[in-house]
Design a protein around this ligand. Structure first.
Ligand SMILES: Cc1ncc(COP(=O)(O)O)c(C=O)c1O
Length: 396
C-alpha cells in the first residue's frame, strides 16, 4: 500500500481550511473530556433540551421501525409529512401553502444550509444581526455570500433597530436572516418591532426574508410574534424555517415558501447531497407536528429561567437581562473580566470550565465578545450548584 507524502495542509481543501470550528462543539468536547477524567462538569454550554421526546413520538417511531418496509421517500418527504407541515403552517402561522411549497429536512440546520446554498450567489450580501447563532455565517460563506452584520445592543435587548436595517441595505443585498426568538440571547421581537422592520423591507422588494423560528414554541408567554402574521404583505418573499428539535426533542426541520422554484431547486441539490430525512425521523416528525406545541416544555424552562435570573444578577461583575423564551442567558461579563484580569471571553469560559467545572460558550462564538452564553437545560439542583460554583469563581 502506498502512503501519501502530502502534508495535512496539502490534503485539506482551501474551503475546509477557511471554516472556523464551532466553539459550542469545541467547549462541549473539552467538557466531555474533563468528565471522562472523572471531573464533575456541569454543562451549561449545549443547547439541547433535557426534556425527553413525548411518548407518542417514541411510539410512532417504534411502530414505523417495526412495521416499516420502505427505505426511500420523495426528497422533500412523504406526502403525509408534507401535509403535516402544511397543517402546521395553517395552525401556527395562519398561512396557506401547497405541497410543492414545503420541504422536510434532518434538522433546521440542514434547511438553512440548503436554502442559503440555493438562493445565494457569490458576492450576494446577506444581513445578519449580532450576536448570531454559530452556523449562519459559515453557511453564508460556504455559499460564497458576503455577511453584512448589524451589531445590536443589550440596551435594545439585542434587536435590530429599523434605522440600522435601512443603513445596511445595498444594491447587493439578497437576504436577511431573522431569528425572532433568538439563540444566543433568548430575547424575542414584539409584533410592533417586527412591523417596524417590515416597513423597511417593504421598500426593498428584492430582499428575501429567512425567518429561523426553531424556538417558536418555547416562548414563555406562548405568543411568539412572527413575520408572516405581522407582515402578510411580505409572504411572497418570506422563507420560514421551523422544526421540532427544540420544541419536541425530536430533531427535524422544515421550510415553507411560496416560491416553488426554491423548493424544486433545493430538492435537486438535496438529491445529490444527502437525500430526504430518513423515514423514522419523518414518522416522529409527523407525530410531533400533529400533536402541536408541548406547553409543559416552555413552562419548565420558564420556571428555571425565573429561578436563575435573580441569582445570576447577583454575580459580581455580571450583567444579565431576562429572556422571553428558549433556554439561554446571554451575560455581559466585561466587568468581571477586568476584576479577574482575564483578557477575553474565550479565556474566561475556559477558566470557568477548568477552575469551576462549569461549561459555557464564549460570546465570541456568536460574533459578540465580552459575553457568555449559559443554557439552562439541567435539573434545578444542578443549576443551583452551577450558580454556587460561579460565585466562588468570581470571588477568588
Ligand atoms: C437558532 C437555531 N437555528 C437552527 C438550529 C438548528 O436546529 P437543528 O438541531 O434542528 O438542526 C439551532 C440549533 O441549535 C438554533 O439554535
Amino acid at each position: 500500500m502506498s502512503t501519501s507524502r502530502q502534508t495535512a495542509h496539502q490534503i485539506i481543501s482551501d474551503r475546509a481550511k477557511s471554516i472556523t470550528p464551532s466553539y459550542t462543539v469545541k467547549i462541549s468536547t473539552i467538557a466531555r473530556a474533563l468528565q471522562r477524567e472523572g471531573n464533575d462538569v456541569i454543562d451549561l454550554g449545549i443547547g439541547e433540551p433535557d426534556i425527553p421526546a413525548p411518548d407518542a413520538i417514541k411510539q410512532a417511531v417504534a411502530n414505523y421501525a417495526t412495521a416499516g418496509h420502505k427505505i426511500y421517500s420523495d426528497i422533500c418527504g412523504t406526502p403525509e409529512l408534507l401535509q403535516a407541515v402544511i397543517a402546521t403552517m395553517a395552525r401556527d402561522y395562519d398561512a396557506d401553502y401547497t405541497i410543492s411549497q414545503v420541504m422536510g429536512f434532518d434538522g433546521g440546520k440542514v434547511a438553512l444550509d440548503r436554502v442559503i446554498e440555493t438562493i445565494i450567489n457569490p458576492g450576494d450580501e446577506v444581513i445578519l444581526s449580532l450576536p448570531a447563532w454559530v452556523s449562519y455565517e459559515p453557511q453564508i460563506a460556504m455559499a460564497g455570500g458576503i455577511v453584512k452584520t448589524i451589531k445590536t445592543t443589550i440596551e435594545n435587548r439585542f434587536k435590530i433597530q429599523p434605522q440600522q436595517l435601512q443603513n445596511i441595505i445595498s444594491d447587493r443585498t439578497k437576504a436577511i436572516i431573522l431569528c425572532p426568538l433568538n439563540n444566543p440571547t433568548s430575547t424575542a421581537y414584539t409584533a410592533d418591532e417586527l412591523a417596524a422592520l417590515g416597513e423597511v423591507l417593504k421598500k426593498h422588494p428584492d430582499i428575501w426574508i429567512i425567518s429561523d423560528d426553531l424556538y417558536q414554541h418555547l416562548h414563555f408567554k406562548n405568543n411568539f410574534p412572527n413575520i408572516l402574521t405581522v407582515c402578510p404583505y411580505l409572504k411572497s418573499r418570506t422563507i420560514i424555517i421551523n422544526g421540532t428539535t427544540k420544541s419536541h426533542s425530536w430533531r427535524f426541520g422544515f421550510l415553507a415558501t411560496e416560491c416553488e422554484e426554491i423548493i424544486s431547486s433545493m430538492a435537486k441539490i438535496q438529491s445529490h447531497r444527502s437525500g430526504h430525512p430518513n423515514l423514522e425521523t419523518q414518522a416522529g416528525a409527523i407525530q410531533a407536528l400533529k400533536m402541536g406545541p408541548v406547553l409543559a416544555s416552555a413552562e419548565s424552562f420558564r420556571v428555571r429561567h425565573d429561578m436563575l435570573l435573580p441569582l445570576l444578577q447577583k454575580v459580581m461583575g455580571w450583567k444579565v437581562i431576562p429572556g422571553d423564551g428558549a433556554f439561554y442567558f446571554f451575560v455581559n461579563v466585561e466587568e468581571s473580566m477586568q476584576q479577574l484580569k482575564i483578557d477575553n471571553d474565550i479565556e474566561y469560559a475556559m477558566q470557568l470550565l477548568q477552575k469551576a467545572n462549569v461549561a459555557t460558550v464564549p460570546g465570541s462564538a456568536f460574533g459578540y465578545a465580552g459575553y457568555l452564553r449559559l443554557s439552562f437545560c439541567q435539573s434545578r439542583d444542578r443549576l443551583m450548584e452551577a450558580v454556587e460554583r460561579i460565585h466562588v469563581f468570581n470571588n477568588e
